[in-house]
Design a protein around this ligand. Structure first.
Ligand code: NDP
Length: 289
Protein backbone atom coordinates (compact mmCIF):
# COMPACT_ATOMS: atom_id res chain seq x y z
CA UNK A 1 0.00 0.00 0.00
CA UNK A 2 1.21 3.54 -0.77
CA UNK A 3 0.00 7.12 -0.64
CA UNK A 4 -1.92 6.63 -3.90
CA UNK A 5 -3.93 3.70 -2.62
CA UNK A 6 -7.69 3.99 -2.83
CA UNK A 7 -10.47 1.91 -1.39
CA UNK A 8 -13.37 0.95 -3.65
CA UNK A 9 -16.59 2.08 -2.00
CA UNK A 10 -19.78 0.04 -2.29
CA UNK A 11 -20.96 2.08 -5.31
CA UNK A 12 -17.65 1.52 -7.15
CA UNK A 13 -16.16 4.97 -6.48
CA UNK A 14 -12.51 4.91 -5.43
CA UNK A 15 -11.57 7.02 -2.39
CA UNK A 16 -8.01 7.74 -1.16
CA UNK A 17 -7.07 6.10 2.14
CA UNK A 18 -5.23 9.27 3.11
CA UNK A 19 -7.33 12.39 3.58
CA UNK A 20 -6.36 15.87 4.75
CA UNK A 21 -8.80 17.40 7.27
CA UNK A 22 -9.20 21.16 7.50
CA UNK A 23 -11.30 21.64 10.65
CA UNK A 24 -9.99 24.57 12.72
CA UNK A 25 -7.69 25.81 9.95
CA UNK A 26 -8.33 29.53 9.67
CA UNK A 27 -10.06 30.77 6.56
CA UNK A 28 -7.52 32.46 4.24
CA UNK A 29 -3.75 31.96 4.26
CA UNK A 30 -3.68 29.21 6.89
CA UNK A 31 -6.04 26.91 4.98
CA UNK A 32 -4.64 27.84 1.56
CA UNK A 33 -1.05 27.11 2.60
CA UNK A 34 -1.84 23.88 4.44
CA UNK A 35 -3.95 22.47 1.61
CA UNK A 36 -1.26 23.34 -0.93
CA UNK A 37 1.41 21.57 1.16
CA UNK A 38 -0.88 18.54 1.53
CA UNK A 39 -1.47 18.38 -2.23
CA UNK A 40 2.26 18.77 -2.97
CA UNK A 41 2.95 15.96 -0.48
CA UNK A 42 0.63 13.65 -2.36
CA UNK A 43 -2.65 13.80 -0.41
CA UNK A 44 -5.57 13.65 -2.84
CA UNK A 45 -8.46 13.50 -0.34
CA UNK A 46 -9.56 16.81 1.22
CA UNK A 47 -12.19 16.82 3.97
CA UNK A 48 -14.06 20.06 4.60
CA UNK A 49 -17.56 21.09 5.70
CA UNK A 50 -19.74 24.16 5.49
CA UNK A 51 -19.36 24.39 9.28
CA UNK A 52 -15.58 24.84 9.02
CA UNK A 53 -15.98 28.20 7.27
CA UNK A 54 -13.02 27.59 4.97
CA UNK A 55 -14.49 26.02 1.82
CA UNK A 56 -13.58 29.08 -0.25
CA UNK A 57 -9.94 28.84 0.84
CA UNK A 58 -9.90 25.11 0.07
CA UNK A 59 -11.23 25.91 -3.40
CA UNK A 60 -8.55 28.56 -3.92
CA UNK A 61 -5.75 26.22 -2.85
CA UNK A 62 -7.01 23.54 -5.23
CA UNK A 63 -7.17 25.98 -8.12
CA UNK A 64 -3.69 27.36 -7.41
CA UNK A 65 -2.22 23.85 -7.06
CA UNK A 66 -2.85 23.19 -10.75
CA UNK A 67 -3.81 19.57 -9.99
CA UNK A 68 -6.59 18.39 -12.32
CA UNK A 69 -9.93 18.27 -10.51
CA UNK A 70 -10.50 14.63 -11.47
CA UNK A 71 -7.40 13.56 -9.51
CA UNK A 72 -8.86 14.98 -6.30
CA UNK A 73 -11.42 13.60 -3.91
CA UNK A 74 -13.31 16.44 -2.22
CA UNK A 75 -15.65 15.81 0.69
CA UNK A 76 -17.99 18.34 2.25
CA UNK A 77 -20.84 18.06 4.75
CA UNK A 78 -24.23 19.57 5.44
CA UNK A 79 -24.30 21.19 8.89
CA UNK A 80 -27.03 20.70 11.50
CA UNK A 81 -28.78 24.03 10.91
CA UNK A 82 -28.93 23.37 7.14
CA UNK A 83 -30.79 20.06 7.35
CA UNK A 84 -34.20 19.18 5.87
CA UNK A 85 -34.91 18.42 2.20
CA UNK A 86 -34.91 21.86 0.53
CA UNK A 87 -32.45 23.40 2.97
CA UNK A 88 -29.93 20.65 2.20
CA UNK A 89 -30.25 21.10 -1.57
CA UNK A 90 -29.56 24.82 -1.09
CA UNK A 91 -26.65 24.14 1.30
CA UNK A 92 -25.08 21.81 -1.26
CA UNK A 93 -25.18 24.50 -3.95
CA UNK A 94 -23.56 27.00 -1.56
CA UNK A 95 -20.74 24.52 -0.83
CA UNK A 96 -20.16 23.95 -4.56
CA UNK A 97 -19.98 27.66 -5.19
CA UNK A 98 -17.57 28.32 -2.33
CA UNK A 99 -15.36 25.42 -3.39
CA UNK A 100 -15.40 26.55 -7.03
CA UNK A 101 -16.33 23.13 -8.37
CA UNK A 102 -19.35 21.75 -10.20
CA UNK A 103 -19.46 18.44 -8.34
CA UNK A 104 -18.37 16.85 -5.06
CA UNK A 105 -16.80 13.43 -4.72
CA UNK A 106 -18.54 12.83 -1.41
CA UNK A 107 -21.26 14.68 0.50
CA UNK A 108 -21.99 13.73 4.10
CA UNK A 109 -24.66 14.46 6.68
CA UNK A 110 -22.46 15.95 9.41
CA UNK A 111 -24.58 14.76 12.39
CA UNK A 112 -27.89 12.84 12.58
CA UNK A 113 -30.23 15.65 13.63
CA UNK A 114 -33.29 13.93 15.15
CA UNK A 115 -36.45 14.44 13.11
CA UNK A 116 -34.52 15.80 10.12
CA UNK A 117 -31.78 13.42 9.06
CA UNK A 118 -33.97 11.05 7.00
CA UNK A 119 -35.33 13.99 4.97
CA UNK A 120 -31.77 15.27 4.62
CA UNK A 121 -30.78 11.85 3.32
CA UNK A 122 -33.51 12.04 0.66
CA UNK A 123 -31.96 15.30 -0.55
CA UNK A 124 -28.56 13.60 -0.80
CA UNK A 125 -30.22 10.79 -2.73
CA UNK A 126 -31.55 13.33 -5.26
CA UNK A 127 -28.11 14.96 -5.63
CA UNK A 128 -26.59 11.52 -6.19
CA UNK A 129 -29.15 10.56 -8.84
CA UNK A 130 -28.57 13.88 -10.60
CA UNK A 131 -24.83 13.17 -10.75
CA UNK A 132 -23.89 16.26 -8.74
CA UNK A 133 -22.05 14.09 -6.22
CA UNK A 134 -20.20 10.83 -6.89
CA UNK A 135 -20.98 9.30 -3.50
CA UNK A 136 -23.13 10.07 -0.47
CA UNK A 137 -22.59 9.14 3.13
CA UNK A 138 -23.00 10.08 6.75
CA UNK A 139 -20.97 11.11 9.75
CA UNK A 140 -21.48 10.38 13.44
CA UNK A 141 -24.25 7.87 12.75
CA UNK A 142 -25.03 5.04 15.16
CA UNK A 143 -26.50 1.77 13.83
CA UNK A 144 -30.05 2.90 14.70
CA UNK A 145 -29.63 6.01 12.53
CA UNK A 146 -28.38 3.87 9.63
CA UNK A 147 -31.35 1.54 10.08
CA UNK A 148 -33.70 4.54 9.90
CA UNK A 149 -32.14 5.61 6.59
CA UNK A 150 -32.48 2.12 5.15
CA UNK A 151 -36.23 2.29 5.83
CA UNK A 152 -36.73 5.43 3.70
CA UNK A 153 -34.21 4.96 0.90
CA UNK A 154 -32.73 2.44 -1.48
CA UNK A 155 -29.49 4.41 -1.66
CA UNK A 156 -27.07 3.15 0.95
CA UNK A 157 -24.49 5.44 2.60
CA UNK A 158 -21.05 4.44 1.32
CA UNK A 159 -19.19 6.06 4.25
CA UNK A 160 -19.71 6.61 7.96
CA UNK A 161 -17.16 9.16 9.19
CA UNK A 162 -16.81 8.75 12.96
CA UNK A 163 -14.59 9.74 15.84
CA UNK A 164 -11.99 6.98 15.93
CA UNK A 165 -8.66 6.81 17.77
CA UNK A 166 -6.95 4.47 20.24
CA UNK A 167 -9.22 5.59 23.10
CA UNK A 168 -12.44 5.14 21.09
CA UNK A 169 -12.31 2.07 18.89
CA UNK A 170 -16.03 2.02 18.11
CA UNK A 171 -16.43 -1.77 17.98
CA UNK A 172 -20.21 -1.83 17.64
CA UNK A 173 -20.44 0.85 14.92
CA UNK A 174 -17.56 -0.70 12.96
CA UNK A 175 -19.05 -4.19 13.12
CA UNK A 176 -22.41 -2.86 11.97
CA UNK A 177 -20.88 -0.88 9.09
CA UNK A 178 -18.78 -3.83 7.97
CA UNK A 179 -21.87 -6.07 7.91
CA UNK A 180 -23.64 -3.55 5.64
CA UNK A 181 -20.68 -2.76 3.35
CA UNK A 182 -20.34 0.80 4.69
CA UNK A 183 -16.72 2.00 4.76
CA UNK A 184 -15.63 3.61 8.04
CA UNK A 185 -13.58 6.81 7.95
CA UNK A 186 -11.88 8.25 11.03
CA UNK A 187 -12.08 11.79 12.25
CA UNK A 188 -9.60 12.98 14.91
CA UNK A 189 -7.50 9.82 14.51
CA UNK A 190 -4.81 11.41 16.73
CA UNK A 191 -7.45 12.50 19.26
CA UNK A 192 -6.11 15.96 18.44
CA UNK A 193 -2.69 14.94 19.74
CA UNK A 194 -3.98 13.64 23.09
CA UNK A 195 -2.89 10.01 22.54
CA UNK A 196 0.64 10.74 21.38
CA UNK A 197 2.31 10.45 24.79
CA UNK A 198 0.87 7.01 25.57
CA UNK A 199 3.80 4.79 26.72
CA UNK A 200 2.57 1.81 24.65
CA UNK A 201 2.52 3.91 21.49
CA UNK A 202 5.88 5.48 22.32
CA UNK A 203 7.47 2.05 22.80
CA UNK A 204 6.12 0.84 19.44
CA UNK A 205 7.27 4.00 17.69
CA UNK A 206 10.83 3.49 18.97
CA UNK A 207 10.91 -0.06 17.51
CA UNK A 208 10.22 1.27 14.02
CA UNK A 209 12.02 4.63 14.19
CA UNK A 210 8.66 6.32 13.46
CA UNK A 211 6.83 9.03 15.38
CA UNK A 212 3.90 8.24 17.67
CA UNK A 213 1.57 10.03 15.22
CA UNK A 214 2.73 7.76 12.42
CA UNK A 215 2.13 4.67 14.58
CA UNK A 216 -1.42 5.76 15.41
CA UNK A 217 -2.23 6.58 11.78
CA UNK A 218 -0.76 3.28 10.62
CA UNK A 219 -2.89 1.48 13.23
CA UNK A 220 -6.00 3.12 11.69
CA UNK A 221 -5.01 2.06 8.19
CA UNK A 222 -4.41 -1.53 9.30
CA UNK A 223 -7.95 -1.51 10.72
CA UNK A 224 -9.03 -0.70 7.14
CA UNK A 225 -10.19 2.74 8.17
CA UNK A 226 -9.86 5.78 5.93
CA UNK A 227 -7.71 8.50 7.47
CA UNK A 228 -8.65 12.07 7.85
CA UNK A 229 -5.91 13.96 9.66
CA UNK A 230 -5.26 17.67 10.12
CA UNK A 231 -2.18 19.76 10.72
CA UNK A 232 -1.37 23.40 10.13
CA UNK A 233 2.38 22.68 9.97
CA UNK A 234 4.18 21.62 6.80
CA UNK A 235 6.54 19.21 8.56
CA UNK A 236 3.65 17.39 10.26
CA UNK A 237 1.56 17.29 7.08
CA UNK A 238 4.49 15.42 5.48
CA UNK A 239 5.12 13.26 8.55
CA UNK A 240 1.47 12.17 8.63
CA UNK A 241 1.70 10.92 5.04
CA UNK A 242 4.84 8.86 5.58
CA UNK A 243 3.07 5.69 6.71
CA UNK A 244 3.74 3.17 4.03
CA UNK A 245 7.17 1.70 4.83
CA UNK A 246 6.32 -0.22 8.00
CA UNK A 247 3.66 -2.62 9.25
CA UNK A 248 2.45 -3.21 12.81
CA UNK A 249 2.22 -6.78 14.04
CA UNK A 250 -1.03 -8.32 15.23
CA UNK A 251 0.25 -8.06 18.82
CA UNK A 252 1.05 -4.35 18.43
CA UNK A 253 -2.38 -3.73 16.91
CA UNK A 254 -3.89 -5.47 19.97
CA UNK A 255 -1.80 -3.40 22.38
CA UNK A 256 -3.03 -0.17 20.81
CA UNK A 257 -6.63 -1.48 20.80
CA UNK A 258 -6.27 -2.09 24.54
CA UNK A 259 -6.01 1.68 25.13
CA UNK A 260 -9.74 1.93 24.40
CA UNK A 261 -11.49 3.71 27.28
CA UNK A 262 -14.63 4.89 25.47
CA UNK A 263 -13.33 8.43 25.77
CA UNK A 264 -14.67 10.97 23.26
CA UNK A 265 -13.62 14.46 22.36
CA UNK A 266 -17.05 15.30 20.91
CA UNK A 267 -20.64 14.57 21.77
CA UNK A 268 -22.19 11.14 21.59
CA UNK A 269 -24.41 11.28 18.49
CA UNK A 270 -27.51 10.74 20.66
CA UNK A 271 -26.81 13.80 22.79
CA UNK A 272 -29.97 15.90 22.41
CA UNK A 273 -28.49 18.97 24.12
CA UNK A 274 -26.04 19.23 21.22
CA UNK A 275 -28.86 19.56 18.70
CA UNK A 276 -30.67 22.14 20.84
CA UNK A 277 -27.55 24.26 20.56
CA UNK A 278 -26.91 23.73 16.85
CA UNK A 279 -30.40 23.67 15.28
CA UNK A 280 -32.52 26.81 15.62
CA UNK A 281 -35.96 25.93 17.03
CA UNK A 282 -35.00 22.38 18.02
CA UNK A 283 -36.91 21.29 21.14
CA UNK A 284 -35.40 18.29 22.85
CA UNK A 285 -38.58 17.05 24.51
CA UNK A 286 -40.26 16.49 21.12
CA UNK A 287 -37.65 13.91 20.23
CA UNK A 288 -36.76 12.19 23.50
CA UNK A 289 -39.31 9.50 24.15
P1 NDP B 1 -6.59 15.14 14.46
O1 NDP B 1 -6.67 13.90 15.25
O2 NDP B 1 -6.33 15.09 13.01
O3 NDP B 1 -5.50 16.04 15.19
C1 NDP B 1 -5.18 17.32 14.78
C2 NDP B 1 -4.36 17.95 15.92
O4 NDP B 1 -3.17 17.18 16.14
C3 NDP B 1 -3.95 19.33 15.64
O5 NDP B 1 -3.99 20.03 16.87
C4 NDP B 1 -2.51 19.19 15.13
O6 NDP B 1 -1.77 20.34 15.53
C5 NDP B 1 -2.02 17.97 15.87
N1 NDP B 1 -1.12 17.14 15.02
C6 NDP B 1 -1.31 16.78 13.73
N2 NDP B 1 -0.29 16.01 13.29
C7 NDP B 1 0.55 15.88 14.34
C8 NDP B 1 1.78 15.20 14.50
N3 NDP B 1 2.33 14.52 13.52
N4 NDP B 1 2.39 15.28 15.71
C9 NDP B 1 1.83 15.98 16.73
N5 NDP B 1 0.66 16.63 16.63
C10 NDP B 1 0.03 16.58 15.45
O7 NDP B 1 -7.95 15.96 14.77
P2 NDP B 1 -9.05 16.73 13.93
O8 NDP B 1 -10.14 17.01 14.89
O9 NDP B 1 -8.52 17.85 13.16
O10 NDP B 1 -9.61 15.61 12.92
C11 NDP B 1 -9.15 15.44 11.59
C12 NDP B 1 -10.20 15.89 10.60
O11 NDP B 1 -11.41 15.16 10.78
C13 NDP B 1 -10.66 17.35 10.76
O12 NDP B 1 -9.72 18.28 10.30
C14 NDP B 1 -11.95 17.32 9.99
O13 NDP B 1 -11.72 17.36 8.59
C15 NDP B 1 -12.52 15.98 10.41
N6 NDP B 1 -13.45 16.08 11.56
C16 NDP B 1 -14.74 15.65 11.34
C17 NDP B 1 -15.67 15.71 12.35
C18 NDP B 1 -17.05 15.24 12.11
O14 NDP B 1 -17.92 15.46 12.96
N7 NDP B 1 -17.32 14.60 10.99
C19 NDP B 1 -15.34 16.25 13.69
C20 NDP B 1 -13.94 16.64 13.82
C21 NDP B 1 -13.05 16.54 12.79
P3 NDP B 1 -1.10 21.32 14.43
O15 NDP B 1 -2.19 21.77 13.49
O16 NDP B 1 -0.53 22.41 15.27
O17 NDP B 1 -0.05 20.48 13.76
Amino acid sequence: MGIDNRVTLSNGVKMPYLGFGVFKLGDGEETINAVKVALQTGYRGIDTASYYGNEESVGRAIKESGIPREELFITSKVWNDEQGYNATLAAFERSLERLGTDYLDLYLIHWPVPGLFTETWQALEKLYHEGKVCAVGVSNFEPHHLEAISRVSNVKPVINQIEFHPELIQGEVRDYCRSKGIQVEAWSPLKRGQVLNEPIIQAISECYGKTTAQVVLRWCLQHDIILNVKSSRAERIKENADLFDFELTKEEMGEIDSLHSDSRIAHHPDNMEFYEKTVPGFVKSEYSS
